[in-house]
Design a protein around this ligand. Structure first.
Ligand code: TRP
Length: 328
């Protein structure tokens, strides 16, 4: 049986935090053993909304590659590359734009939402490129004839559109592409240290690949049950951020922690220490790999160059088929 093929991408839009890791990368690392995977740093997508200041994009690409590799994505098993290094994405995007009714793009729910949201922040994204965001995403996926696309919930409307565009192409010319399916990653949602959604804009994030001491310091700042003032007060783990983290990073002791918290058998300071040490161990490989790779930037660039070359080979074959199906 041949393996299914996966395509997924991420925008290089700045530093990763631990929530991003658990949200997507951890799933990718598991999938790399079951599928034939293409993972792309989609820098053209980043330009659809951040075209004004492009000064950081190249650093962000490099940082993202470091993050992916530190997470354990294996460049031998997967094709890891930067979107703009494979020009076929642009060619297919152009050709697909010929057959996509404007109304399909305009009715994507995330389109108007984001237009308003970013507009309110003073960003002008009433552009051709931004409207075409899901079109480019479709090109990314079907260029490799991927059948499975691991994404978060927010990307589902884009995947639906990708399927529609794919069907239209196949019907108009000939069946060249499989219809890609979304595969929702059901990762645990990691709150920030203040219990809200983890986000850099809240300042509540735990950085990705943080050194052990930084991890410990962030855990010390975590909010616990606000009703539990003294160590002798019984606590409520259900409202405690530290407990939420125990459930993810210290599964074995979760039941003990819960009981002890409810009966004031463990204090918050000790409970945090336990968590921090478990996190340090659980994330040790990521940290070590990151340090090793940081010392060897040339190796990271080589991995990306080799990935682009492998991607280009597959993309070139697809584009031959596309051109021939369209008689051009
Ligand atoms: N839009 C995706 C996101 O922001 C990134 C992306 C671009 C992507 N092209 C893709 C994801 C193709 C999956 C498949 O998360």
């Amino acid at each position: 049986m041949s393996k299914g093929r996966i395509f997924s991408g991420m925008q290089p839009s700045g530093k990763f935090h631990l929530g991003n890791y658990l949200g997507a990368l951890e799933t990718w690392v598991k999938l790399q053993n079951e599928y034939d995977c293409f993972f792309s740093i989609v820098d053209w997508h980043a330009l659809t909304s951040a075209y004004e200041d492009t000064s950081k994009i190249s650093d962000n690409i490099y940082e993202m590659a470091l993050d992916w590799l530190s997470a354990g994505l294996d460049p031998e098993k997967n094709v890891i590359f930067v979107q703009s290094q494979v020009k076929e994405h642009a060619e297919l995007h152009l050709l697909l734009s010929m057959i996509t009714p404007l109304s399909w793009l305009e009715r994507v729910p995330t389109y108007k939402d984001k237009l308003q949201q970013l507009g309110a922040m003073g960003k002008e994204i009433n552009t051709y490129g931004f409207l075409g965001y899901p079109e480019l995403m479709t090109a990314d996926i079907i260029l490799y004839k991927a059948d499975t696309v691991p994404v978060g919930e927010d990307q589902i409307p884009h995947l639906e559109l990708a399927r529609e565009i794919t069907r239209r192409f196949n019907n108009l010319y000939r069946p060249v592409f499989p219809e890609p399916q979304a595969s929702l990653s059901q990762a645990a949602v990691l709150p920030g240290i203040d219990g809200r959604k983890m986000s850099k804009s809240y300042g509540n994030e735990i950085p990705y690949a943080a050194p052990p001491d930084e991890l410990r310091a962030r855990v010390r700042l975590m909010v616990t049950d606000p009703q539990r003032v003294r160590k002798t007060d019984p606590g409520n783990p259900d409202v405690c951020t530290v407990y939420t983290f125990h459930k993810i990073f210290n599964k074995e002791e979760t039941t003990d922690i819960e009981t002890n918290c409810r009966h004031a058998g463990i204090g918050c300071v000790d409970c945090k220490k336990k968590l921090a040490e478990n996190m340090v161990v659980a994330l040790a490989d990521i940290y070590t790999r990151r340090i090793e790779l940081e010392a060897n930037p040339k190796r990271v660039r080589e991995i990306l160059a080799a990935g682009a070359e492998r991607a280009r080979k597959v993309a070139a074959v697809t584009m031959e088929e596309v051109r021939s199906a369209m008689n051009i």
